[in-house]
Ligand binder design. Sequence first.
Ligand SMILES: C[S@@+](CC[C@H](N)C(=O)[O-])C[C@H]1O[C@@H](n2cnc3c(N)ncnc32)[C@H](O)[C@@H]1O
Length: 390
Amino acid sequence: MPDSKARTPVLELRSHLSVPPSEVFPVLWGELASSLLQRGWRIGSEPGGKLRSAAKRASGRTDGRLERWNPPFEAEVVWNDGDGKGPAPRLSVRCEAEGSGTAVVVEHRGGSGWRGTPREEQELGWLATEVVAPLLLAIAPDRLLEWSDDRWGRRPSGPSSQANYREPIYHLPGFHAILEGLALRKDDVLLEVGCGGGALLKRALATGCRAAAVDHSADMLKVASGQNARALADGRLRLRYGDAGALPFPGERFTCAVMSGVFPWLPDPEGALREVFRTLRPGGRFVAWTGTPKMYGTPAAGPKRTGGPRLYADRALARFARAAGFSDVRIDHPDLRPVAKAVGVPRATRFLFAPEYGTLLWARRGRAASRRSTPKAPGRSRPRGRRERM
Ligand SMILES: C[S@@+](CC[C@H](N)C(=O)[O-])C[C@H]1O[C@@H](n2cnc3c(N)ncnc32)[C@H](O)[C@@H]1O
C-alpha cells in the first residue's frame, strides 16, 4: 500500500529483458509515442519535449512535458498540475542495465487529482480499477491473440512488421498477379488502399504511372515513404494516413485501384469498396488479392476466431463489389506456386499459393468513358487455376 507521508510511488512495474538498454529504450519509447499518437496524443522525444492532446494542439497549450530525457536510460513525463493543490503526477520510464540485459522500471508518483475520500483508499481504488483490471483483461489469451493480429496484419507496427512489410515475401506472388492483370501504363493514376510498407507501390511506380495510397498504420507509412522517397519527391506519389472507410481523396480521381491482403481486416468491406468506387473514374478498374476460407488453420491465418482475419467465399466478395456499385465483377483463383518458388517462398509453405487458397477479385466502375476492356487476368504465370464470372 502506498505511504502518503513518504511519497513512495503509487505504482511500480518491473519487466526484465535479455537485451541491453541501448536496444530496449528506442523501441519502448517509439512504441509508446506511436501508441499515444493513435489515441490522439503527441509526445516529444527531446529534452523538454511536450506532451499534448489533439484538443490542445490548435491553442498551442500543452498537457505536460518531459522533465528528464536521458536515452537510453531514462525519461520522465510530468503532467501539468490540475488544481495546483499537490505534486503534479509524473511517470518515469527507466532502463537499468542488468548483466547483459535490462530491467525496465515504470514508476508513477504524485497526483493532485484525488478528491473526497482518504488518499490511500482512492489510490487503492484507482490501482484496482484503472491499472489491475485492464492488465488482467490485457493478458487474456484472446486479447493477446487480437493484439498480435493487430500488430502483424490489421495495423502493423513495431520493428519486425516494419522489416517484413518492406519486402513481404508472402505477398509478392499476389503483387505479381495484380500487376500482370492491371498492365499499368504511364497515364494511369493508381490508388492503393492499405499500402503497408509500399512494396507493391514501388513495383507499380516502376511502370511510370502516378499513385496515391492510404494506410491507417503510421509505422507502415514510414516504411512506404522510405522506400518510395524518390516518387514522393517527384510528386508522382501521395501517401495519406487514413481509413479505408473514408478515403481522404476526392471522387473520380483514379484510373485503377488495388488492395492486397486488406480484406481480412476490414470491419465493413462493402463500405470500403463504396469508397474505392467513388474515387475511381468511370471505367476505372479494381483488383484485390485475398485468401480463401481454406486458409483458416494454416500458418497464414491461424484458426478461425472472433476478431481474427476474415476470409470470404467468392460469392460474398462478389456481393460486396456489386453492392458497392461495381460491374464486370469476376473472381480468379490463379495458381501462383511457380511465382512463389521464383520469389523464394520456402518449399514447405508454397502450397498456400495453390488456386484453392488465394482469390483475385476483379471489378470495374461502369462502362462509360472506358478506354480499355475488362482488365487482363493474370495469364502467363498461371499454368493452372480457376476463373469464374460471378
Ligand atoms: C496485411 S497488411 C498488407 C499490406 C500490403 N498491402 C501488402 O500486401 O504487403 C494490411 C494493411 O492494410 C492496412 N489496413 C487495414 N485496415 C485498414 C483500414 N481500415 N484503413 C486503412 N488501412 C488499413 C494495415 O494497416 C496494413 O498496412
